[in-house]
Design a protein around this ligand. Structure first.
Ligand code: GLC
Length: 737
């Protein structure tokens, strides 16, 4: 009997154990994600499904606590992990463990023209998000630089769809390698901040397809982004956060996107449209009957109780919410419930060095007459540094990309640290900006208030410049409203705060003048002929001063290239010469169509101040004669363009060799040429490399609005090999037959 009892006990034990070991399918990581999704879905109540589709706090949305499915935690932004905010307020939570590494702005990343830097960047920022237990990073942004006035261009990747496409893909791969979703934004046509919540953008299908969508398409189809954020503005009369055309027809049906569509914060206006037009997760809504920021309005969200009510009555079929929940569960299984994902790391020296490396590769040497740069420290006793941007905090402010950084090395501190005690570094303010300690309403921790008269500041700087071996003016824009800042645009192309006067005055006192512009946008340079050396430095983040100093003294050889055109005046941009900006009565029309940036200046034969793709080096590169594998191309052929490039200077340097294609004759207007390939190469002094580019028929196509597809017309084409869009070294003719 006893034996029987013990056998029964063992039998029961194994039964219960096996029952215990048999995890529910949705928790079994050995099973395909799609099966896990279906299993989880059928276990969920209607209320739990709806709760997943909208925010529960400023930056989180509900999981299913009953089933052990975690909440989703979003975080800004594209340049670093935003400090924790309170549950239901924009105010910071005041944590003491959330000071991040601030990486360079994405204009700087684009200016590296180096996809390896994008991978490094994405991996590092993804590690910071992972460590902070955020499973969705609200970045990168890839809206095209249509006007130099757009307050958020610093968050984006320039004026050219090919460059932005090549640079955004590795960033997404890097972020997502951490089990954190990149959320590409703002989809689509958010090219200005003025009227951003209400402006309806009108443009041709060609401009949409050829200019404004490619980077999003690459992000989805090559980057495999797990999330995308709808833009605030409208397109075809519908808000982009619930837009049939952009979200259902293009994103889902054409591009086969399988991630989640997240609204921008406060970008949702309608329950039915949200239900049917592709939105999955609603955030930041200020709903009907509730003012902005009223507490705990979450049940009033359009995809909350109003949505639940219509599902309950059957007015909206449950399959509608099921499809949203499938996308959200897919996000969860790819991130929070992926037990194999790495653990991340935060605020590390390693991440700081990644930021510095990207900064050094992104700084653009625009001009260097008389070779004032690099500064030879052996012949330099006194350096004068002038300008508010030499000392000003730049990681705080600018809108949602604002950061609480562990450190931010100012240009002045970076220069002092680098040149050491052997050189006397003197500082003069030169000009004073906003009369406020805050920047975009946020405390910067600085009090650089200076109310001395402009003339006093200029004469002080000029006096000091008389006895300096080198003068470094550090100016540009900043992160205040009306500068490089969200929800506002600039009102002019020129530098603010009277900087032009200071620069001109200094140029008359000391010829060894270097102007360092810190900005995310092009600025007018009336003094360009008076200043020997000009560096376009971007918002460089934590390591800003160190990166600028290393370029100034030649530790790093500049290799950045402009990701957008620096035109002389506002009307040299298509958006201002022909297009509407900022639009009126709720509409803006992109009359300039596909002619954005260099596409416009070349069509109009306008000589820009500095061209798209321009950037100098401390060494010199000689281009040999390029060759093409054939003069004739069938539609299945791949042509090879080869060009020898040699470093004929004394220093190792990097060069970005660019390939543009021009269609000689076409039934529709086309730009003179368009960027179709580029490669950044490193060459030692005297070294030569053959750079090869492949041309396929896809590189010749334009979007045919009638056929609604991409087509290439037979005829003559030109391949342009250059060091910028205007510095063309070889032109190769070929014909598509
Ligand atoms: C902001 C921005 C968006 C940001 C979001 C959350 O308004 O448009 O880029 O990620 O709201 O802060």
């Amino acid at each position: 009997m006893k034996k029987l009892k013990s056998l029964a006990f063992v039998g029961l034990l194994t039964l219960s154990l096996s029952a215990q070991n048999k995890v529910p399918l949705y928790l079994d990581e050995s099973k395909p994600i799609e099966d896990r999704i279906e299993d989880a879905l059928k276990r969920m109540t209607l209320e739990e499904k709806v709760a997943m589709c909208h925010a529960q706090s400023k930056f989180s949305s509900a999981g299913v606590s009953r089933l052990g499915i975690p909440d989703n935690w979003m975080t800004d932004g594209p340049h670093g992990i935003r400090p924790e905010v309170l549950w239901d307020e924009w105010n910071q939570a005041g944590w003491t463990n959330d000071s991040c590494i601030a990486f360079p702005a994405l204009t700087c990343l684009a200016a590296t023209w180096n996809p390896e830097m994008s991978m490094l960047y994405g991996k590092a920022i993804g590690e910071e998000a992972r460590y902070r237990n955020k499973n969705v990073l609200l970045g990168p942004g890839v809206n095209i630089y249509r006007t130099p006035l757009n307050g958020r261009n610093f968050e984006y990747m320039g004026e050219d769809p090919h460059l932005a496409s090549r640079m955004v893909v590795p960033y997404i791969h890097g972020v997502q390698s951490n089990g954190v979703a990149a959320c590409v934004k703002h989809y689509a046509l958010n090219n200005q901040e003025v009227y951003r919540h209400s402006i309806n953008v009108n443009l041709s299908d060609r401009a949409l397809r050829e200019i404004y969508l490619p980077a999003f398409k690459a992000a989805v189809q090559e980057g495999k982004a797990w999330a995308i954020m709808g833009a605030y503005n409208l397109y075809k009369g519908q808000h982009c956060c619930h837009n049939q055309y952009l979200l259902n027809d293009i994103l889902r049906d054409e591009w086969k996107f399988d991630g989640v569509v997240v609204s921008d914060w406060g970008g949702v206006y309608d329950t039915e449209q949200s239900a049917y037009n592709g939105l999955d997760m609603e955030f930041g809504t200020w709903t009907d009957g509730l003012t902005e920021g009223k507490s705990f309005a979450y049940n009033n969200y359009f995809l909350a109780d109003p949505f639940l009510a219509q599902l309950r009555t059957g007015k909206i079929a449950e399959s509608v919410v099921d499809n949203k929940v499938r996308n959200i569960l897919r996000l969860t299984f790819r991130t929070n419930m992926n037990s194999k994902r790495p653990w991340g790391s935060f605020g590390t020296e390693e991440h700081a060095l990644v930021g510095r490396k990207i900064a050094e590769e992104g700084i653009v040497l625009l001009q260097n007459k008389g070779n004032v740069l690099p500064i030879d420290l052996n012949k330099t006793k006194k350096i004068l540094v002038v300008g508010e941007n030499a000392i000003k905090v730049m990681v705080v402010g600018g809108g949602s990309s604002s950061l609480k950084a562990k450190h931010e090395i100012s240009p002045l501190d970076g220069i002092k640290k680098r040149v050491g005690s052997s050189v006397d570094v003197v500082y003069a303010r030169g000009y004073a900006g906003e009369k406020s300690k805050a920047q975009d309403g946020l405390a910067t921790g600085q009090d650089i208030f200076d109310d001395r008269a402009e003339s006093v500041l200029i004469s002080e700087a000029c006096e000091a410049a008389k006895t300096a071996d080198a003068v470094i003016f550090v100016g540009g824009l900043n992160k205040n409203n009306g500068q490089d800042c969200e929800s506002h645009d600039r009102s002019e192309l020129g530098l603010p705060y009277g900087q032009d006067k200071v620069i001109s005055a200094l140029s008359k006192v000391n010829k060894n003048l270097v102007v360092v512009i810190i900005s995310g946008n092009a600025v007018a340079m009336p003094w360009v002929k008076e200043v020997p050396s000009i560096l376009q430095s971007w918002y460089l983040g934590s390591e800003a001063g160190n990166a600028i100093a290393s370029i100034l003294v030649g530790d790093a050889n500049p290799s950045g290239k402009l990701p957008f055109t620096f035109a002389e005046k506002l009307n040299d941009y298509g958006a201002h010469a022909l297009g509407e900006y900022p639009g009126e009565k709720g509409n803006v029309t992109y009359n300039e169509d596909i002619f954005v940036g260099y596409r416009w200046t070349e069509k109009q034969k306008i000589k820009p101040l500095f061209s798209f793709g321009h950037g100098l080096s401390y060494t010199e590169f000689a281009y040999g004669k390029a060759s093409i594998s054939s003069k004739n191309m069938g539609e299945k052929d791949i042509l090879t363009v080869t060009v020898p490039v040699k470093n004929i200077g004394q220093l190792t340097g990097k060069e970005v060799v660019q390939l543009y294609i021009g269609d000689e004759k076409c039934s529709v207007p086309r730009p003179v040429k368009e960027l179709k390939a580029f490669e950044k190469i490193s060459l030692k002094a005297g070294q030569e490399k053959n750079v090869e580019f492949k041309i396929s028929i896809d590189d010749l196509k334009f979007y045919d609005e009638n056929k609604k597809e991409w087509v290439a017309e037979n005829g003559k084409f030109k391949a342009y090999v250059g060091a910028s869009s205007t510095d063309i070294k070889s032109v190769l003719d070929f014909e598509l037959k």
